[in-house]
Write a protein that binds this ligand. Sequence first.
Ligand SMILES: [Zn+2]
Length: 178
Amino acid sequence: MTTVISDTYPILLADEPCQNEQQYLKAQGTSPLMESLESVRWIILHCSATRADRPYPVEQLLRDHRARGFRTIGYHFYIRRDGTVTRHRRLLEVGAHCRPYNRCSIGLCYEGGLDVQGHPADTRTPEQRKALQQLLIRLHALFPAARITGHRDLPGTEPKACPCFNARREYSWIETLP
Ligand SMILES: [Zn+2]
């Protein structure tokens, strides 16, 4: 079973440290794009693992992901507490949110996931729930074979809470839409 590795550079690639995402893609000799619509097997939900009472704006997320060696924000979409959705990678662009699933998934992240004490919690606002559902319905229409899943539910994921709710229970009905 493969272990999901946190996407933070430098990483070791065949014993050689790989400093950032750019270098990683180059070393792999692969395109920064997924091959086709059929390549997308998973739509993966994440939380930003930030406290619900502390704003975590796009600019900060970008700084944090650049500091981890990413070209830009690793998720395809980010959903703020007010329901604002921003896109950070093109749909078939390989993300940086869940190795080794990056070449076969779309990554979504909502702002929050920790309560005011800093414990994992489903902190989604009604606006976020609405935006998330709309986005998932649209994405599922584009990628009908993809399964909607929470980060923590992927095979090989080390015990973790992300996205702090049961994504299968909540959203698997979308997969049955015509
Ligand atoms: Zn996650």
